[in-house]
Design a protein around this ligand. Structure first.
Ligand code: DGL
Length: 269
């Protein structure tokens, strides 16, 4: 059995934890939300890189066997440095699913909804440059959305209005596929479908990320494939009880099947 650390700027990485609990329920998890500092997507590259490193060092010090950087923004700005610093721990990142989107799009027009920091990062633009030029990507940042999701307002009228504004260029371009390039955005699926209907293809990479995690654990001989349910610690830089409450609201997994602990940590590292 392994202890797996999962971190995000806030509740977004719960979309990845949900998938991890579905595929790998037997392991123990620490979910670390830096909600005090969310959103990351509008902060400087230097700040994101140094804070992400600090949080991963904290997870490593807790004894994690693997760490999932469950944040596209932190992956784009920091994962290379984290891998160098924590050489002995597998570090799995999250990137916008533009490759599967290009393969699945029928009309070759794909919207990419992600944070400003992800869209302008070298890592994302290098990935984009590897894709065939016959697919057109409409890159759109979603300022304001993460804060609304953090406040538990993913389906509020205000969120729908803001989302409609952000989706307009994607809709105008006639995209048939949208990449949810921020781990908070899978929690907007319902709102997006309300605005754009059921035929739009929505892509997130939670499943692929967890399959990658599973391969890394297998390589370490730490995957059990058992139906037991491990323990989950919810740690927040802001409000751990609120984090656990939001996890219960946002996630599909039956958290009562796991032993749960929640704690507030004011300083990491
Ligand atoms: N959930 C994160 C991501 O995947 C970060 C969002 C934010 O804090 O701006 O990009």
């Amino acid at each position: 059995m392994a202890l797996i650390g999962v971190f995000d700027s806030g509740v977004g990485g719960l979309s990845i934890l949900d998938e991890a609990l579905r595929q790998l329920p037997e392991h123990d998890y620490i979910y670390l939300a830096d909600s005090l500092n969310a959103p990351y997507g509008e902060k400087s590259s230097e700040w994101i890189a140094s804070r992400s490193m600090e949080l991963c060092q904290y997870l490593a010090a807790q004894g994690c066997d693997a760490i999932v950087v469950a944040c596209n923004t932190a992956t784009a700005q920091a994962i290379e440095h984290i891998r160098i610093e924590l050489q002995n721990i597998p570090i799995v990142g999250v990137e916008p699913g533009i490759k599967p989107a290009a393969m699945q799009s029928i009309n070759g027009v794909v919207g990419v909804l992600a944070t400003e920091a992800t869209l302008k990062s070298d890592k994302f633009n290098a990935l984009l440059a590897t894709l065939p030029s016959d697919c057109r990507f409409i890159k759109q940042a979603g300022p304001g959305l993460v804060s609304l999701i953090e406040a538990g307002r993913a389906n509020d009228e205000e969120t729908l209005e803001l989302l409609a504004q952000h989706l307009e260029p994607i809709q105008d371009a006639g995209a048939d596929t949208i990449v949810l390039g921020c781990t908070h955005y899978p929690f907007l699926r319902k709102a997006i479908r309300k605005l754009l209907g059921d035929s739009i293809n929505l892509i997130d990479t939670g499943d692929a990320v967890v399959r990658q995690l599973k391969r890394k654990l297998e390589a370490q001989g730490k995957n059990l494939d058992s139906d037991n349910h491990g323990c989950i610690q919810f740690i927040s830089s802001k409000d751990a009880d609120n984090l656990y409450q939001m996890a219960q609201e946002l996630m599909q997994s039956d958290l009562s099947a796991h032993h749960i602990e929640s704690r507030l940590v004011n300083a990491f590292g």
